[in-house]
Write a protein that binds this ligand. Structure first.
Ligand code: PMP
Length: 363
């Protein structure tokens, strides 16, 4: 028997592969392929903190993000309530990922898909939505209390059509239900119930709220929950001040996260949140590059923000813990920004990237 380093090769020259014993069973279509994502132990950060930093690889969902789960649940909810019939139209307001999840689900189930999104979002997401057959309306990014906000435009569009539904991901609790029924239980099973901490950022709040609800209840209160916020979002100050929605100062390069109100998805679970962290963009962008360099993991800025928050949480809780967070989507959706020297310069973030990692900014 010779060893090639990669695989053992017999004297006759046939490779003898180790049997794969954990292969999943075949699944049915796009919907069947959703969920059951891997829980990835981040080796370097675990060594640095003395805790296990685990990241749920949601970017490996078939539509490429954590929002595939919510997309499926809001469509199933509309079907179960009889709000949509075959051939109908799903309309949604989204930073992009829910839209991409919906566009996939709509193709798989035979619905039309109409998406409103703020025009501040990356071109990659808009392009992908159109390639998936969605009708896309990028609109000016105005606050929720403005009638021209992308969500209200989506609602009006749905009202103007026959056999159409606005899935309303921010306030439709079928969104958090996806994480109560799937993501939370998967994490619990993957760690045999040994989950000391969970942290992630919020857009609609569905991911944080659903996972928090499941983990808090199942661990009988043991699992600590931290909300992670980018600058310019109100929830950090809301948690820290015990209920004041005041701080709207600042802005962030992260897409898909940050919130100015307590959505219906967050409301039932906000009291489960033990603490909040605010993560500066400098830390998030540096972590985008570190994850690529150290782990070979290519994810977007909200995922990186989550990982920074998990490290902070590990420091707060002390060594020997299992801390879990979410890798929301891949960096492919933002690479014309995150890996562009010009863009980094325009955001004043060039110096946030350590010298030895600058080689990755190749665009
Ligand atoms: N990260 C990214 C990249 C997203 O698009 C979103 C959803 N907008 C989130 C995180 C937050 O997920 P949730 O809506 O469940 O809070």
């Amino acid at each position: 028997m010779l060893s090639t380093g990669l695989t053992a090769v017999s004297k006759r020259g046939y490779a003898t592969f180790k049997p794969v014993i954990s292969a999943a069973k075949p699944v049915d279509g796009f919907v069947g392929a959703l969920g059951n994502t891997p829980l990835i132990r981040l080796k370097r950060l675990s060594e640095e903190t003395g805790s296990n930093i685990y990241a749920k690889g949601e970017y490996m969902n078939p539509g490429g993000s954590v929002k595939d789960r919510a997309a499926l649940y809001v469509v199933k909810d509309a079907e179960e309530k009889g709000l949509i019939k075959p051939g109908g139209t799903i309309v949604e307001g989204t930073a992009g990922n829910t839209g991409i999840g919906l566009a996939h689900v709509c193709r798989a189930k035979g619905y039309k898909c109409v998406i409103y999104m703020p025009n501040t979002q990356s071109q990659e997401k808009i392009d992908l939505l159109r390639m998936l057959g969605a009708e896309v309306y990028p609109v000016p990014a105005v606050a929720f209390d403005n009638p021209q906000n992308y969500n209200h435009q989506a609602a009006r569009h749905a009202e103007s059509l026959e056999n159409a539904v606005w899935t309303n991901q921010f306030d439709n609790t079928a969104n958090r239900q996806a994480h109560i029924e799937t993501t939370g239980p998967e994490i619990w099973k993957q760690l045999d119930g040994k989950v000391d901490g969970f942290t992630c950022a919020t857009g609609t709040g569905g991911t944080l709220a659903g996972i928090a609800r499941f983990l808090k209840e199942t661990s009988k209160g043991h699992t600590k929950i931290f909300l992670a916020d980018p600058p310019g979002s109100c929830l950090y100050s809301y948690i820290k001040s015990g209920g004041q929605l005041t701080d709207r100062s600042g802005s962030s390069i992260t897409e898909g996260i940050g919130q100015g109100r307590v959505t219906e998805n967050l409301k039932p679970d906000i009291e489960l949140i033990d603490d909040a962290l605010q993560i500066p963009d400098e830390e998030s962008i540096k972590m985008v590059y570190r994850l690529l360099d150290e782990e070979g993991i290519y994810v977007g800025a909200s995922s990186a923000l989550n990982v920074v928050a998990a490290v902070e949480m590990a420091k707060k809780l002390g060594p020997g813990k299992n801390i879990v967070t979410i890798l929301c989507d891949g960096a492919y959706r933002y690479q014309s920004r995150l890996f562009s020297k010009k863009w980094l310069e325009s955001k004043g973030l060039t110096d946030a990237i350590p010298e030895h990692l600058k080689k990755y900014a190749t665009l």
